[in-house]
Write a protein that binds this ligand. Structure first.
Ligand code: SF4
Length: 428
């Protein structure tokens, strides 16, 4: 059976399952966190957080202090007098940006990233970006988005960043051939693997958003078909559709079967026949299935509980259940985008508890009561749960590690196996 058939033949799974909606206290990082992987991806971009010392600490500790490289992110720290409105924050920001661009001529794209403090004093960063763009163009383009914890959770920062890029994408000419746009930050190594697979399938015009350099912004228009590589890009998808692009419905490229079905969605849109598709994917899919085997042996029937954090939870639950035989108990997600997750939800067992949003104390009670073997959660919950004897996996690691595609399937499975192996060793 091909993976596509495997995806198509199951029942509706969790498609219409009731969702436990919670709106209580939540334990998630803010959208500034996305800078940690985005600054590595767009190599001539710089992220200037307009925030507080707390924001600066978060970014520095999440990204690690870079000693040998010139960092591509910084925080313009708003002092108390700025917050009290005693200084003109706009003048101060213009001065800091001027100094930065003078010192760093390698910067071609500057993101002003809003934070809780800049939102609270209503500093209008979109006007600042317009003003600074006019001043520094054409050498530097200045854009803005919000990473504030008031407005965004952990991965929404990437969504906001990419959505801010969409209006900057050139217009694809009306008579151009169909093109494929892969949307969502992927590690370069994963991007290169996908590009080779699309090439072998005969899908020639392929671009990635975000690009590696700001001078390589892909063109977009009614001939663009896009595949989401990440499940948390609702605003970016909406912005692309406003530009005429059409989404290819697919699960996410996690594991041997998820990757096959994701590639198949593009192959179908390009009318590539089944034999050619099989010929291209057979070898890497077999490698991926082999890489999963030892982990399936260790993880099958283990009970797993997902706290809402990265918005990767539903595709990950599908992967661990269908490709590793694990048993998801509750799958929490900060937001449930039914349309983008339709192919994933259909693969989940219908008796799994799906929850959206968070009321952390109640969720902790449900978690303890269900006695999982493994919990996937944010950093803030991991230590207390470990102290109670529950094995945890930090969801942030699933963003920092290349996990998409065939060649990474084994690494992805290992991320779930490692906490259980470590615990076994500690018990010996
Ligand atoms: Fe904290 Fe808000 Fe700054 Fe994020 S943006 S580090 S939540 S103050």
């Amino acid at each position: 059976m091909t993976a596509q058939a495997a995806f198509a033949q199951t029942s509706k799974g969790c498609t219409d399952a009731p969702v436990l909606k919670e709106r209580g206290q939540r334990e998630v990082f803010c959208g500034l966190t996305g800078i940690v992987w985005l600054h590595r991806k767009i190599q001539d971009a710089f992220f200037l957080v307009v925030g507080s010392r707390t924001c600066a600490h978060l970014i520095q500790s999440a990204a690690g202090v870079m000693i040998f490289a010139e960092p591509r992110f910084a925080t313009a720290i708003m002092e108390e007098r700025d917050l009290a409105g005693l200084a003109d924050a706009n003048d101060e920001l213009d001065r800091i940006v001027g100094q930065l661009l003078e010192r760093r001529p390698d910067i071609k794209l500057l993101f002003l990233v809003g934070s809780c403090p800049s939102e609270v004093i209503k500093l209008d960063l979109s006007r600042s970006a317009e003003r600074l763009s006019a001043r520094h163009s054409p050498a530097v383009r200045v854009l803005n988005y919000s990473g504030s914890g008031i407005e965004t959770t952990f991965t929404q920062g990437e969504d906001a960043c990419l959505a801010s890029l969409v209006p900057e994408l050139p217009l694809e000419s009306a008579d151009s051939e169909k093109s494929l746009l892969v949307v969502g930050a992927l590690a370069d190594v994963v991007e290169d693997q996908f590009r080779r697979l699309f090439d072998s399938l005969g899908i020639g015009r392929v671009a990635f958003l975000p690009p590696r350099r700001s001078s390589e912004l892909p063109a977009v228009g009614p001939q663009t078909r896009y595949l989401l590589a990440q499940p948390f890009l609702g605003d970016t998808a909406r912005a692309l559709e406003e530009r005429g692009a059409k989404r290819l419905d697919a699960p996410f490229p996690l594991g041997a079967e998820g990757t096959t079905a994701w590639l198949r969605a593009a192959a179908d849109a390009w009318g590539i026949d089944a034999d050619r598709f099989e010929a291209v994917v057979e070898a890497p899919r077999t490698r991926a299935r082999k890489a999963l085997e030892p982990h399936r042996f260790r993880l099958a029937n283990k009970r797993i509980f997902f706290f809402p954090d990265s918005q990767l939870e539903i595709p990950l639950a599908r992967f661990v259940a269908s490709e590793l035989g694990m048993n998801p108990l509750e799958v929490g997600t900060p937001y449930l985008h039914r349309e983008h997750l339709g192919s994933e939800l259909a693969q989940l067992r219908s008796d799994i508890v799906l929850s959206e949003g968070q009321d952390v104390e109640k969720q902790l009670d449900r978690c303890r009561a269900s006695s999982p073997d493994l919990v996937v959660c944010g950093l803030g919950l991991a230590n207390p749960l470990e102290a109670e004897g529950i094995a945890t996996k930090w969801s942030i690691e699933l963003l920092f590690t290349p996990i998409q595609g065939y060649e990474q399937a084994g690494d992805l499975a290992e991320l779930f196996a490692r906490p259980l192996v470590r615990r076994t060793k500690l018990e010996v």
